[in-house]
Design a protein around this ligand. Structure first.
Ligand code: MCN
Ligand code: MOS
Length: 765
């Protein structure tokens, strides 16, 4: 290698490693070699194993629980029931609002509200002994009829969610006057998160200090919940979650099984490990709720929308609240002078549903993006053209300018790459032998959710850099983008940076949800690293023993791990040499993005609740990520089997911190959308309210053979209103709009409009 080659190679790797470079995951080798240790792989002295016993009815009372045989079984330490497990305090909600503080919380149920609810737990010396003894626990029930179906005669209490009502103009009158009408009902199914790593935890008490090893999307929020359950100070709880095998929204909260394990550990004075079985991962916590939405569209003959009336409903459990907000993007996709949207929930004997990747936005897109396709067909317009005719130049609901909206570009670039111009408009007009070919398009959006973040950056004596945050990486790429941010800000190679995440004793972080972590944490690390660098440069300039002292320079720069004049002339030292000459073992800076004057209480709230999240319409702008999916399907004319044969998606997530990882995120979302459109469905037995396909054999997920080549194209531009470094959300955007794009393609292929997901073959033949 010549000097020129070395310099060239250094600048290539600097580009790769800087923010915006396509660096491969820095945690990849640890995962591939097995060195990455997941939370519940922790080996502890004296560990006991807990196995849960679940209700086999969906509604009624546990009259008695027979535990004698289990207690007498080999290795059993204890069998706990609702009568014998310790009672906890009721924890506050996502916003930190206290819930029924006068009541106690029993994590094992006597009054059963869903099938699979935990009613007892067996703790034994080994896992096998606990499994075998749990099978000996027998419960007697007084069974009541279960409420299982959204919108049928057996449905439970209907609650109107007033805060989600959106109205402007006069939607009813405008609909009546519009020359063109469309009215349709769209249904989306219950679906599971299906993360590879199951839920579970290890709980250990030392006096009144609790350590929990548990996969978690929100260490600080979960630590707050444990502290409130057990009435101990927040600081006494430590959550550890260095790697996570997927969460998709399900791992943000401590759940009933978490409370059982922590209570058992306290009662027994031993660390306890509790893992949910694969089947319990379908029944112990909710997936995406079943939804139904009715859409009425009124338009003029040219296809301009005059009115949208939207009514949505989602299922919820008898206790607790989770709203799958199906009207969430209905109000922003198209320009309309008149609009009305309302949301209800229906209480059923089901487990409390959870957020799952783009909760609300995803089913919301299924309604509006199918409806606009139906309207286009009725008017003989191209589905792309009708979207441009109704293009919203500003947020029609908030009446604010978009921060950035590259959706027109997404339509244009996506259509070009897909070859949309070659589409023949009539349904059933494209085929290859026995296969009907359909081309469909749909758009999607996801709001930019923001909050404040905190990070610690340490420059060490040997020139290495450590970044610490209690935020997490469940596969999105947090380790990598934070290493890139620190490396770029400090001017050191990524190989010198180690990022430590997943410990609640590190600098605080809020929930990893709403695709907000990357924007928040790159901002916090950039700030902390800048502070550390300023300190380093300040020391280097002011210390008379150093060669920079006589230069009278007012600043220095660090490049490739070496500090010197920004012009590249004069003396130069490695960071390690500089630290040694300064006699320092580290320079440490804690940076946060909170406004000056933030109180300690607000700070705590910012990280342990979602009460301080900044609305996406704050100030002068409405902030969202945008996308357009173009899909080709092949439908077998005789059998009705649907194959997705091509996907081209153009997406606007603003500036990308790492395009390689962002593309992988988008593709993950698109694959999940294909599963939702064609395969996934949590099937509930209507007689007993029991989930019947609670395993990976019967719950259909897309595998490699179901997934075609997916092309993703970034059309984003830096958005200064959305984050410190100009990025918008990536993680959830990809799934939004996939299912309607596929449904629209299936209509184009077959002439059949399927408005109920998943689109299975019996709906087509
Ligand atoms: N990114 C980027 N440029 C941006 C924004 C993000 O390059 N402007 C890339 C980064 O690699 C970043 C990743 O995309 O690590 C995701 O960033 P962001 O959109 O901020 O999302 P979060 O980090 O907050 O991750 C949460 C999000 C959510 S809410 C769900 S649900 C989801 C998702 O991420 N669950 C996932 N992606 C997942 N990916 C995996 N592998 N597993 C899950 O459980
Ligand atoms: Mo994502 S569903 O907001 O964790």
């Amino acid at each position: 290698m010549t000097v020129h080659d070395v310099k060239h190679a250094a600048s290539d790797s600097a580009r790769l490693e800087a923010v915006g470079g396509r660096l491969s995951r820095v945690d990849g080798p640890a995962k591939i070699t097995g060195a990455a240790r997941y939370a519940v792989e922790q080996q502890l002295e004296g560990l006991a194993h807990a196995v849960l016993v679940d209700s086999t009815i969906a509604a009624g009372k546990v009259v008695s629980i027979e535990t004698q045989a289990a207690k007498a079984a080999r290795g059993v330490i204890a069998v706990l029931t609702p009568d014998t497990i310790m009672k906890l305090s009721v924890a506050s909600d996502w916003f930190g609002n206290p819930l029924a503080p006068q009541r106690t919380f029993c994590p094992l149920a006597r009054d059963v509200t869903y099938c699979g609810q935990h009613i007892a737990v067996v703790i034994a010396e080994t896992f096998e002994q606990a499994v075998s003894a749990a099978a000996l626990v027998m419960a007697d029930y007084d069974q009541a009829p279960a409420l299982v179906e959204l919108g049928d005669g057996t449905a439970g209490e209907i609650i109107s969610i007033e805060g989600m009502t959106k109205e402007w103009g006069n939607a009813q009158a405008a609909l009546a006057e519009a020359p063109v009408h469309l009215s349709a009902v769209y249904n989306t199914q219950r679906s599971a998160h299906a993360a590879i790593e199951p839920h579970g935890l290890i709980a250990r008490w030392e006096g009144d200090r609790l350590t929990i090893w548990e996969p978690s999307q929100w260490l600080d929020g979960m630590a707050r919940t444990y502290a409130e359950w057990f009435g101990i100070p927040f600081e006494n709880v430590r959550l550890v979650s260095p790697y996570i095998g997927g969460g998709f929204g399900s791992k943000a909260l401590a759940l009933a099984h978490s409370a059982v394990a922590a209570a058992a550990a306290k009662m027994l004075g031993r660390p306890v490990k509790l893992m949910l079985t694969r089947s319990q991962n379908f029944t112990s916590y909710g997936g995406r709720a079943t939804t139904r939405q009715t859409i009425d569209l009124g338009a003029d003959k040219a296809g301009r929308i005059q009115s949208i009336i939207h009514r949505g409903v989602s299922e919820v459990s008898l206790e607790g609240m989770w709203v799958e907000a199906v009207g969430s993007i209905t109000s922003i996709m198209y320009d309309t002078p008149n609009f009305s949207s309302r949301q209800d929930v229906v209480r059923l004997n089901t487990v409390l549903p959870n957020p799952k990747r783009a909760p609300g936005e995803n089913p919301s897109a299924f309604g509006i993006e199918c409806a606009i396709d139906e309207l286009a067909h009725e008017l003989g317009l191209d589905p792309l053209e009708i979207r441009l005719i109704n293009y919203a130049e500003q947020d029609p609901h908030a009446k604010k300018a978009w921060s950035t909206r590259q959706l027109r570009e997404a339509f244009a670039v996506g259509a070009e790459a897909f070859g949309w111009a070659k589409r023949s408009p009539a349904p059933r007009s494209m085929r290859a032998g026995h296969q009907l070919i359909g081309w469909g398009v749909a758009a999607g959006a996801y709001p930019v959710q923001r909050a404040h973040g905190e990070a610690v950056v340490k420059i060490m004596f040997d020139g290495s850099v450590e970044v610490e945050s209690s935020s997490i990486d469940m596969g999105q790429g947090t380790y990598t983008i934070l290493a890139q941010t620190a490396a770029e800000t400090l001017g050191v190679p990524v190989s010198q940076v180690s990022v430590k995440l997943g410990d609640s004793h590190f600098a605080r972080a809020g929930v990893t949800g709403g695709s907000r972590l990357a924007g928040i944490m790159t901002g916090a690390v950039h700030k902390a690293a800048s502070q550390a660098l300023d300190e380093l440069i300040g020391l280097a300039l002011s210390d008379p023993r150093l060669p920079f002292h006589g230069l009278q320079a007012n600043t220095l720069a660090v490049k490739d791990g070496r500090i010197g004049s920004p012009r590249g002339d004069g003396p130069e030292l490695s960071i390690a040499e500089l630290m040694s000459m300064l006699g320092r073992d580290r320079i440490e800076a804690k940076g946060d993005t909170l406004p000056a004057g933030t109180t300690a209480e607000e700070r705590y709230k910012n990280y342990t609740t979602i009460a301080m999240s900044i609305p996406h319409t704050e100030g002068d702008y409405s902030r969202h990520s945008w996308c357009a999916h173009f899909v080709e399907v092949k439908v077998d004319e005789d059998f009705g089997t649907v194959r997705v044969s091509r996907v081209v998606s153009a997406l606007d997530s603003g500036r990308l911190y790492n395009p390689k990882l962002a593309e992988s995120q988008w593709k993950g979302g698109i694959i999940m959308g294909i599963g939702e459109a064609l395969l996934e469905e949590g099937i509930v037995d209507r007689r007993h309210g029991r989930t019947v396909n609670s395993n990976f054999a019967d719950y259909m997920l897309p595998t490699n053979a179901d997934i075609p080549d997916i092309q993703t194209i970034s059309v984003g531009i830096p958005d200064p209103h959305s984050s410190a470094l100009g990025g918008k959300g990536v993680g959830e955007l990809g799934i939004v709009g996939v299912a309607p794009a596929i449904a629209n393609a299936v209509f184009h292929a077959t002439g059949k409009r399927v408005r109920d997901l998943p689109i299975t073959l019996e709906k087509l033949i």
